[in-house]
Design a protein around this ligand. Sequence first.
Ligand SMILES: Cc1cc2nc3c(=O)[nH]c(=O)nc-3n(C[C@H](O)[C@H](O)[C@H](O)COP(=O)(O)OP(=O)(O)OC[C@H]3O[C@@H](n4cnc5c(N)ncnc54)[C@H](O)[C@@H]3O)c2cc1C
Length: 432
Amino acid sequence: MDVGELDLLVVGAGAAGLGAAREAMSLGLSVRVLEARGRVGGRARTDLSLGHPMDLGATWLHAAQANPLVPLAEARGLALFDHDAVRSARVWLGDHWAGEAEAADYERAERDWGIAVRLAAARARAREGGRAPSLAEAAPRGGFWDATLTHWEGPVIAAAEASAIDLDDYLATLLSGTNLLPREGCGHLLEALAEGLPVTLGAPVSRIDWGGKRVRAEGDFGALEARAAVVTVSTGVLAGGGIAFSPALPAAVEEAAHDLPMGLLEKVGLPAAGADRLDTPAFGGMERRLEEGERAMTFVAWPFGRGHLEGFAGGSLAWELSRAGEAAMVEFAFSELRRMHGARADRALRREGAVVSAWGRDPWARGAYAAARPSRGGARRALSAPVGGGRLRLAGEACHPSLAGTLAGAWLSGAEAAREVAALRPAAGARA
Ligand SMILES: Cc1cc2nc3c(=O)[nH]c(=O)nc-3n(C[C@H](O)[C@H](O)[C@H](O)COP(=O)(O)OP(=O)(O)OC[C@H]3O[C@@H](n4cnc5c(N)ncnc54)[C@H](O)[C@@H]3O)c2cc1C
C-alpha cells in the first residue's frame, strides 16, 4: 500500500474515524483510514433486506441541537424526521394497557425516580472519601414503577445492568434535546459522509508500534507509518487485545479501557405478515411494566409507516440472547409480543425474513457501547489522554464526556483528536 508520507493514520471508519479523517483533511493533513470490515460506518449499519431501511445499530441522531451530524446530513439533502413530534408509547400492565390515569402515574414516577437518583448522587458527593455508588444503588425500589424505570435507564438506554453503571457517569451522559431519525438510516448517512475519504476497507490492524518517531500500523495489508495515529476501535476491541500495542499502552489508558466495558443492545426487525398493525400507530412504542428482577424487550412499531416492528433487548438479556443466536432472539421477541397481544402477534408478524443484529458476537465491535464501572467515573478522560507526546490518541464514543454512546460523541471525539494532531504539526521546513 503506497500512500506517500502520511501525517495521520486513523484506525476504524466508524463515526469517530470518519470525523477524525474529515477534520484532519480540512486542516490540511494527509490521512489514511484503515478499516477492518468491508464497509464503513462501524456500529451504524443500515440493513435493506426488509425492502426498506432498518438500522441495526445507531438509529436516532440524539441531542440534535448539539449533534454535528445534523448539519452534515442537511447539507447533503438527507431527510431528517423529528421522532419526538410523533412519539407515543403504550405500557402493558399484565392484563390491560395502561389507561390515561395510569400513564400519568408512570410519568410522575419517572420524574420522582430522576429526582431520587440525583439526590443520591449529591449525597454521595457530600460523603467525603465514600465509594461512588452504582445507578442500581441510587435508584428507588419498591414503588409500582421503579423496576420498570430502572430497567429502562439501565439495559434499554445504557445497554448495561444498573448495578454495573457508575452513577456520576450515568448522570454526566444523560442525553437531552431533540431525537431525529434519518429517513434512509444512520448507516446510510455515514456512508454518505465517507464519500471521498481515503479509506482502505478490509484492513484490520493487528499491531501498532508507537515507540519510534513515527507510528507504525501493521496487519495482513502490510505496514503503514505516519506522524501520528488516532485509534477509534471500541473499548471491547481494546480490552480484548484486538490490537497489540508496542510499547504497551500506559497503565492508566489500559485500565480505562477495562473500566469502560461494553454494554449490549441488540435489535430485531419482524416483518408484518399482512394488514394487521396491532392497533398501534406508526412509531408507536410498546413496553411492559416489570417486577423487580424481570427483563424484557421494548418495541417501536412500523417506523415511517413501514411494514416492520423493531424490538430492542439490552444488558444481560441481550448478551444471553446474542450467545443463543438469531432464532432465540426472534423467539424471545415473539414471546414478549404474545404477552401483550396474545396469539394475534403470531398472525400479525412473520419469523421468516426477520432481521437480527449481532453486535455482541461481532469481533470488530464486541458490544454496543460502553458504560463506566461504578467508582470509575473518570475513565472516559483517562482513555482519551494523548499518548507518546500526542503521537497516539484513542478516540470514539467511549471517550466523549457527555455524548458517550452516541454517533455525535464519537464524531466529536474523533474530530478533537485530529485537531490535537494538527496542533503538533512541525513548523514548515522543520523535520518530522
Ligand atoms: C443497537 C445499537 C443502537 C444504538 N443506537 C444509537 C442511537 O440511536 N443513536 C446514537 O447516536 N448512537 C447509537 N448507538 C451507538 C453508536 O452506534 C456508537 O456510539 C457509534 O457508532 C460508535 O462509533 P465509533 O466510531 O466510536 O466506533 P465504531 O463505530 O465501532 O467504529 C470503530 C471502527 O473500527 C473498526 N475496527 C475494529 N477493530 C479494528 C482493527 N483492529 N483494525 C481496523 N479497524 C478496526 C470497526 O470495524 C469499526 O468500523 C447504538 C449502538 C448500537 C449497537
